[in-house]
Design a protein around this ligand. Structure first.
Ligand code: ZN
Length: 173
């Protein structure tokens, strides 16, 4: 009888502690920076005639883009806006957005770009469909290009050491 009572007691204590843990977790989520909540979101904003599309991506001091995938349609005129929401200088935490041709070896392109400081860290222009200029914290830049043929295209930030974390896909449908 005594054992049974103890079992019930410990079970309810366990329940109680679980409930407490859950509450703490909710609090932590609320405390997170609002910019992190939009992470990994896919964006598709199409104008009324469907011929043009505007995309926005943010880059921050934590060496992160807030999106990892975009979907556009073949032949659309795409305007990509890069907002560098960081505070750091572009010599230490620069960000750009570089869309690479299909089949490009991303690591190879990034490695060649590392030493191309005089060319805004674009090592091999022949592998690039479109790119913005390099930005520092607080800067916003745009680039407009025609969506290439259907396929999956890599985009990266080509600042030295950033591409492993700052990358994603532009899907053309
Ligand atoms: Zn970067």
């Amino acid at each position: 009888m005594k054992t049974k009572f103890l079992t019930i007691l410990s079970a309810s204590m366990l329940l109680y502690s679980c409930g407490e843990k859950k509450e703490q977790k909710i609090e932590e989520t609320i405390l997170e920076e609002p910019t992190q909540k939009t992470e990994e979101k896919t964006e598709e904003v199409v104008s009324t005639d469907g011929k043009e599309v505007s995309l926005t991506i943010e880059a921050n001091d934590q060496m992160k883009f807030n999106k990892s995938e975009f979907k556009v349609k073949e032949g659309q005129k795409v305007t990509l806006t890069l907002k560098n929401v960081g505070k750091m200088d572009k010599t230490s935490m620069g960000h750009n957005w570089v869309l690479l041709k299909e089949g490009t070896d991303v690591a190879d392109f990034a490695n060649k770009s590392m030493s191309a400081q005089d060319k805004d860290y674009i090592g091999d222009e022949s592998k690039v469909i479109a790119h913005t200029k390099m930005t520092g914290g607080g800067e916003t830049v745009s680039v407009t290009f025609d969506a290439p043929k259907k396929g999956s295209y890599d985009f990266i930030c080509s600042f030295p050491g950033h591409y492993a974390q700052m990358k994603g896909k532009l899907i053309v449908e």
